[in-house]
Design a protein around this ligand. Structure first.
Ligand SMILES: [Zn+2]
Length: 195
């Protein structure tokens, strides 16, 4: 499937909108969505469900606009916070991970990561030495054509950090982007490492 045929779900976009409103404020969020031609999403937010909402490149334009508004340096941290908060909303309001609640931490983490990949349509899971899943975003379009000094796909690290905190509690794992195409790597690879 080409990236244009894959769709971002209402769940992902609504979680993202709510996260951006929380972090940038209502006005900031409105400006951001207006700048990328998606003000209708701001004005009529989709429900938390699995219906397709917009194309993956449209979704990526929302994240890219953060950099246009605040510059790359500021965007690194904001992307991570938006990524984290988005999955928080998807969990708490969308109840996405409720059925994993009773599982042991590792299984909870892996199941949630698997569901993230299935739901977001981004990347694939890779089993690491600890039998924990890593996220391999081989199809990342966020950093396409970019050259940066630091890994820049921080929204993924935020997403997976939330899942690690949910499964293990805070301060147990720190999630890092250990490879990024913007650094010349062959993929964007996100990994939870023991603190
Ligand atoms: Zn990337």
């Amino acid at each position: 499937m080409s990236e244009n045929e894959r769709m971002a779900t209402n769940l992902g976009i609504r979680g993202g909108l709510d996260a951006i409103r929380e972090i940038l404020g209502d006005n900031g969020a409105k400006i951001l969505f207006r700048n990328v031609g998606l003000v209708h999403i701001y004005e009529n937010p989709p429900e938390y469900n699995w219906e397709p909402c917009m194309t993956i490149p449209e979704q990526a334009s929302i994240y890219s606009e953060v950099e246009n508004l605040v510059g790359l340096n500021g965007a690194h941290g904001i992307w991570r916070r938006i990524g984290y908060t988005t999955i928080g909303y998807v969990d708490k309001i969308g109840h996405l991970f409720d059925s994993f609640f009773d599982l042991a931490p590792k299984e909870r983490f892996n199941k949630a990561l698997e569901l993230f990949v299935a739901g977001s349509g981004k990347g694939r899971v890779v089993v690491n030495d600890e039998e924990l899943y890593d996220l391999d975003v081989f199809d990342c379009i966020h950093c396409k054509g970019r050259k940066t000094k630091r890994p820049m796909c921080n929204h993924y690290t935020g997403h997976i950090q939330y899942i690690a905190d949910m499964a293990y509690g805070k301060e147990v794992y720190f999630v890092k982007e250990v490879k990024c195409k913007a650094l010349g790597d062959d993929t964007c690879y996100v990994k939870a490492e023991k603190k």
